[in-house]
Design a protein. Structure first.
Length: 186
């Protein structure tokens, strides 16, 4: 686990997306009680990639941490979604999501800026969120243009302090109701 965290300085870097990230996000053991030494351990690693990094490169980087004498005892396996949704629908997909971004002159980014103005919000520079969204699939994997706009403060998103002012929810609703109209005009 320490060797995984020590990889941080070696991860890719990009001027806009920033530095790649890696963290051990979960550990599961097969022990029979909390007083027994487990005979097996599964470590889940969340690896946020940036431009220039590949799934194969990430796996090779992790494999290089395993001492030669223990390589036969380890398996590095990308995760796979195949759980049914609440309706029973299954959409199998691997949990590899490549980095993505749109330039400021992209039609979706331009439409987002025009939509902000149309609903009375002040101009704001485009940027990126520090957290992940489902756009990692839609834009990064499926190639469907995506932008992010939403209420709340990203610094507390997905934490116990997460809260969203109702007026911001209303503005976000206005934004997403108008965005298709603005896109059609582009």
């Amino acid at each position: 686990i320490e060797a995984i965290s020590n990889l941080e300085p070696e991860l890719g870097d990009h001027a806009f997306l920033g530095h790649g990230k890696i963290t051990v996000s979960d550990i599961k053991t097969s022990n029979v009680s909390i007083n027994a030494v487990p005979d097996e351990c599964t470590i889940f690693i969340d690896r946020r990639m940036t431009f220039g990094e590949t799934q194969e490169g990430v796996i090779a980087q992790l494999a290089s941490l395993i001492p030669a004498e223990h390589k036969a005892d380890f398996a590095i396996e990308p995760l796979f979604y195949d759980e049914p949704s609440y309706t029973g629908f299954v959409f199998p997909v691997d949990k590899y999501f490549p980095a993505w971004a749109h330039d400021d002159d992209h039609p979706y980014v331009q439409a987002g800026q025009k939509t902000r103005q149309a609903i009375g919000l002040s101009d704001a520079p485009t940027g990126r969120w520090e957290f992940s969204t489902n756009a990692t699939y839609w834009a990064g994997k499926a190639g469907i243009p995506s932008i992010g706009f939403g209420p709340g403060d990203e610094r507390v998103a997905h934490t116990t302090l997460d809260s969203v002012p109702l007026d911001e929810v209303v503005k976000a609703t206005e934004f997403y109701a108008l965005l298709p109209v603005v896109l059609k005009e582009e």
